[in-house]
Each structure stands twice: as structure tokens, then as C-alpha cells.
Design a protein around this ligand. Structure first.
Ligand code: PLP
Length: 383
């Protein structure tokens, strides 16, 4: 392949320029402006959330959710372990203590069993978490019913990190709308992008108003730039929101394409023994943001890391599964709760998982090329 095949590159619809042009015509480059307001309205309409706040990143959205919940030094926050670092970094910004929760094999997301264990232990210690951050991995929702129920039972607020799952559904309801706060990311590799950006959604409009205030340097209502609280510079620019508006119009199409890409990989590769694809349980609708499979190390003498390197020489970008947070040097020694003491599912998937090129602009020819290159390796390295 002459052209490199990327894991998940941006895919413009062509309509982005219209909204950008509009911003230029009216010289509404910044700050905020009509594209930002419209993009927030569009997200509200799409997800069914009552309110939305456009921000500079998904990380900023998580950070603001933590601020709204009053999380501070010494507080405890539970977080999915099998995720990207950004789910947990904002907890460190506030000096709070992280406890990691393992995933379940069925959804690859937070195990309600492990969550309950952690909550019971925390209750016994007399120190329940101030928030649970649940992640929807690779476009698939976590099992929100039991997770929400547990959070209600223990009266712990829930933050839904839906950075990878905009467009997904769980029992018919939009991903991102299950917790007290939900967050989306429009980073360059996500299913839709503003080049960089994020969104905080909630039904708590008062909370969102407070977040809006905090995200614009916490400026008091005075002409002379008066501040009584510490704030942040976290809002989205009017140009980028224009990109987001056009991207959102294409989202359903993008989801369909990514799902078709996943199905094609599955059809072409699952005849290999020991190759399994991330499942989609009944009642779930995943965006298949990334197509992920696992490789049984008993059957193949090649690791996902080695495959990534080999495919790289063929101009194909693939990736191992996220390194679980409880295995990160940054979080060494922090508590971690599993379903069964003798089985670490996040680690299991990390050692076996491979993410394939999944961008919605991937052509059939490119996908065939990936399938052929991977098939060659699997045949060559079968035990
Ligand atoms: C991308 C991502 C984020 C962070 O989003 P940014 O917009 O890059 O800050 C958070 N959580 C998960 C699970 C992500 O994949």
C-alpha cells in the first residue's frame, strides 16, 4: 500500500466548510458564538439529554463534572480500569484517590459484580466514593442498568465517559445520558471530530450553568473582570463547533459504516481458530468505533505487539488494546477490584487484543489488504 492505512483518521463530510465559512463571513471566529450554541442544541436533540456544554476536550468535560460534584483532595473516585488515561487524569488534577474497577467479559466494560465488591468494601471502611466514572469502551455501552442501580443504592453520582461511544445505544437510550453527567470527545481519532473538542451533557441544567461559568474563567457578572472563584479556559471555539455541526449530521452514517467494517472483518477472519471479536450483547447497539479482536496465545506464537510492528512495515496502523490503568506506572499500587480474585479480565484482554483500522473512510480495497496481511501472519504463526 502506497498510502498509509490509519487506525481511525478524521473523516470530513464536506459540509464543514459551510459552517466555517459562515463564521468567517460574520467574523464570528471567537469567542463562542452561533456555531457553539447550535452544536450544543444539536447534541441535545441527538442524545435526548436536557443540556449540553461544548468544551475544548473530553478531558475538560470530565474535569468539570468532577468539579461540579465537589470532588477534592483526599476524596475517593472509582473508575473503569480498561480505558484511556484521560478517564482518570482529571481525578489527579483534583488530588483525589483512584480505585480501579475491572471489566466483565460480556461487554468489556465495568463489571457490576466488581463494582459492588468495591462499594461494599468502601462502605465497610466508612469511605464511599464521591463519584463512579464508567467508560463505554470502543463504542460499546457498559451494562448501565445494574451500574446505575448500585450507584443509586449507595448514593454515589455517576459520570459516564462516552468519549468513544457517541451514537451508541443501550436498551434504546443514547449513550452518554445514563449518569448524572455524560461526556463526549471530538478528538481527531473519535467517530466524529472537531479536530479537538468535547461536550458535557446532563439533565441538571443548574449544574451545567455552573460548568459554563467555570469553563469561562469563572467571571462574575461585572464589567470589570471580577472573579470570586478559580475558573478554567475550557470552551470550544466557534470555528471548531462549525466543524462539529457538520460532523454530527453525518454521525449515523459513520456509525453504520463502522459497523459494516466490523462485520466484514468478522466474516473474513473468524474462521481462524482462537480469533474472537468483541461481542455485542442483546439490547446493545455499539458504534464499533474500533474493530477489536483477541488472539489466543496458546494457538499463535505471535503477540499483538509483534503484529502491530509487522503490519506497520506494510503501512497499516493497528494498536494493542488500551493498557489497563491499574497496570500503568502512574497508578502503581492503587486498589483494583475484579469479579474473581484469580482472573484479571483487563489484563487478559490487554495481552490478547488487537484494534484494526476502523475509520469510516476505509475503502473495501484497503480493508481487504488489511485482512490479507493479518491472515498471512496468523497462518505463518499458527502453533
Ligand atoms: C478520547 C478519550 C477521552 C478524552 O477525550 P479528549 O477529547 O481527547 O480529551 C476520554 N476518555 C476516553 C475513554 C477516550 O477514549
Amino acid at each position: 500500500m502506497e498510502k498509509r492505512i490509519f487506525l481511525s483518521p478524521p473523516h470530513m463530510s464536506g459540509k464543514e466548510q459551510l459552517y466555517i465559512h459562515e463564521a468567517f463571513e460574520t467574523n464570528w471566529i471567537a469567542p463562542l458564538g452561533p456555531n457553539v450554541d447550535a452544536f450544543e442544541k444539536d447534541i441535545i436533540a441527538y442524545t435526548g439529554s436536557k443540556g449540553a456544554l461544548a468544551l475544548s476536550s473530553g478531558t475538560a468535560a470530565i474535569h468539570l463534572a468532577l468539579r461540579l460534584l465537589g470532588i477534592t483532595k483526599g476524596d475517593r473516585v472509582f473508575c473503569s480500569s480498561l480505558t484511556f488515561i484521560a478517564s482518570a487524569n482529571p481525578v489527579l488534577y483534583e488530588g483525589a484517590d483512584l480505585v480501579f474497577i475491572d471489566s466483565e467479559p460480556r461487554t468489556w466494560n465495568m463489571s457490576p459484580v466488581a463494582l459492588e465488591k468495591a462499594l461494599l468494601a468502601a462502605e465497610e471502611e466508612g469511605k464511599l466514593p464521591k463519584a463512579v466514572i464508567v467508560v463505554n469502551l470502543y463504542g460499546q455501552s457498559a451494562d448501565m442498568d445494574p451500574i446505575s442501580k448500585l450507584c443509586q443504592k449507595y448514593d454515589v453520582p455517576l459520570i459516564e465517559d462516552a468519549a468513544e461511544s457517541l451514537g451508541a445505544k443501550y436498551k434504546g437510550q443514547s449513550s452518554g445520558t445514563f449518569g448524572n453527567y455524560g461526556i463526549f470527545s471530538f478528538n481527531g481519532n473519535k467517530i466524529i471530530t472537531t479536530s479537538g473538542g468535547g461536550m458535557l451533557v446532563s439533565d441538571d441544567l443548574e449544574g451545567l450553568g455552573q460548568a459554563r461559568f467555570l469553563a469561562t474563567q469563572a467571571r462574575d457578572n461585572a464589567l470589570h473582570y471580577q472573579h470570586s472563584q478559580m475558573g478554567f479556559n475550557y470552551r470550544m471555539s466557534n470555528i471548531l463547533a462549525g466543524v462539529g455541526r457538520a460532523q454530527l449530521e453525518a454521525l449515523d452514517e459513520r456509525v453504520k459504516t463502522r459497523r459494516a467494517i466490523f462485520e466484514y472483518y468478522k466474516a473474513e477472519l473468524s474462521h481462524f481458530d482462537g480469533i474472537d471479536f468483541m461481542e455485542e450483547p442483546e439490547g446493545y447497539y455499539s458504534t464499533r468505533w474500533l474493530s477489536v479482536l483477541t488472539i489466543d496465545p496458546q494457538l499463535y506464537n505471535i503477540t499483538p505487539h509483534q503484529i502491530v510492528e509487522k503490519l506497520n512495515t506494510k503501512n497499516i496502523e493497528t494498536r494493542p488494546v488500551w493498557k489497563p490503568l491499574h497496570m500503568q506506572p502512574l497508578f502503581e499500587g492503587l486498589p483494583f477490584y475484579k469479579e474473581n480474585d484469580d482472573f484479571d479480565f483487563s489484563k487478559h484482554v490487554f495481552e490478547r487484543g488487537l484494534c484494526l483500522p476502523s475509520g469510516s473512510s476505509l475503502t473495501k480495497t484497503e480493508q481487504d489488504y488489511v485482512i490479507e496481511a493479518l491472515s498471512d501472519l496468523l497462518i505463518k504463526h499458527k502453533n
